[in-house]
Write a protein that binds this ligand. Structure first.
Ligand code: SAH
Length: 367
């Protein structure tokens, strides 16, 4: 079995080289080749001694997930479907903007959280992605975008980077795959790998309270929390895990996170569902939450998918909701819908998930 170097964070890679009797700086050279240059062929790593290249070829590999489909939307949003084996595939989305390029990365094949308004949640759950499959999405995207820009292979100057931000907002709940997500984060942040600042890497969570504390202690990055409702009754209906971690405990975890966060606010995501969570009374309750946690609200107009049972709030309703929050001194932006013609918008990612959980449930019912 060869070791997939995409699955090793900087420390683990140093350990791998030490085990082969190599100096630590060799690990840094290889980090640069693999992650900064997108090189998978050891023979082309020209500043490594020939003997080392041969050792690597025999004992290691750079094995990203296989690319199944590459779609480009009318607004230049791009979506890749990646094979993660056994009939499962996950999606990664690149969102180009004037002043930044954001890559939205998946962390699980499917999701166990079952949020009512999310296409991924409807699919059930197959498994956690490995570190190699998580960082492999960034590896693919950086490499493809760089080749398309006609850049010569080789290390890029950071100011030329096409991907300036990464958000863990694709399929899955990142904090329920903590042990594979954190090494991927460390690679995103490492100087020799992707060299992104902690402020430009955002993890979005449904609100797994104990894991928010662990992230704060082990690898704090910018944090977004999927709020979606301003009170427990409604939130439990939309986001079932709220029964386990109700709002008071979630907001307390957000305040604790801010003690170590690279940003001095939490982003609260709030999907705008027509007639469900978009009334003036909801806005008033939300202001109370905003007063209790330094935060910014990011309203997400609901993105439809077949049989969702929800409608997007009309633009005028979203505008008035925003105005109420702004008038109360909150910071509030509305997320622009991107890539919806290729089902790449928030909540539309489905990939292909062979659902073990629901099959298991059906089997249990049949007994
Ligand atoms: N599990 C994490 C990461 C997913 S991020 C989390 O819950 O935060 C994806 C974001 O899009 C979340 O805020 C999610 O609630 C939101 N979302 C899900 N379905 C959506 C839909 N149909 N329309 C708009 N936003 C949606």
């Amino acid at each position: 079995m060869r070791t997939n170097l995409l699955g090793l964070d900087p420390e683990a890679l140093a350990g791998f080289f030490a085990a082969h009797g190599e100096k630590p700086f060799r690990a840094q050279q290889v980090l640069r080749w693999v992650h900064r240059c997108g090189e998978a062929d050891f023979a082309r790593m020209s500043d490594l001694a020939k003997g080392l290249r041969e050792t690597l070829a025999a004992s290691a590999e750079v094995a990203p997930p296989r690319l199944l489909r590459d779609s480009i939307a009318a607004d230049a949003t791009r979506k890749w479907l990646l094979d993660v084996g056994a009939g499962n595939a996950v999606e990664t989305v690149f969102i180009p903007e004037a002043n930044r390029g954001t890559l939205c990365v998946s962390t699980q094949a499917g999701c166990t959280m079952a949020c009512r308004f999310c296409a991924t949640g409807r699919q059930g759950f197959n498994r956690n992605l490995t570190t190699a499959e998580i960082i492999g999405q960034l590896w693919w995207a950086a490499r493809t975008l760089r080749a398309d820009a006609g850049d010569a292979p080789g290390p890029q100057r950071s100011e030329d980077r096409v991907i300036s931000n990464v958000v863990l907002m694709g399929m899955g709940e990142p904090l329920l795959n903590f042990d594979n997500v954190v090494p991927a984060l460390r690679l995103m942040l490492d100087d020799h790998a992707y060299n992104l600042s902690r402020r430009r890497v955002t993890l979005s969570t449904v609100g797994i309270v104990p894991m928010i504390d662990r992230l704060r202690d082990e690898c704090p990055v910018a944090l977004a929390v999927s709020l979606h409702a301003p009170n427990d009754a409604l939130r439990s209906r939309l986001v079932p895990v709220n029964d386990k971690y109700p709002l008071a405990s979630l907001l307390a975890a957000c305040r604790r996170y801010l003690e170590r966060s690279p940003r001095d606010f939490i982003t609260f995501e709030y999907v705008m569902l027509d007639g469900v969570n978009d009334s003036p009374a909801h806005a008033r309750e939300l202001v109370e939450i905003g007063r209790s946690v330094p935060s910014k609200f990011n309203l997400i107009p609901f993105n439809p998918f077949p049989d969702s049972g929800f409608r997007r709030s009309p633009p005028a309703v979203i505008r008035r909701f925003t105005e109420r929050l702004l008038a109360a001194g909150m910071i509030c932006t509305t997320r622009k819908t991107r890539g919806d013609d290729i089902d790449a918008a928030c909540g539309q990612l489905a990939g292909r998930v062979r659902d073990r959980t629901r099959r298991a449930a059906r089997a249990a019912r049949a007994v």
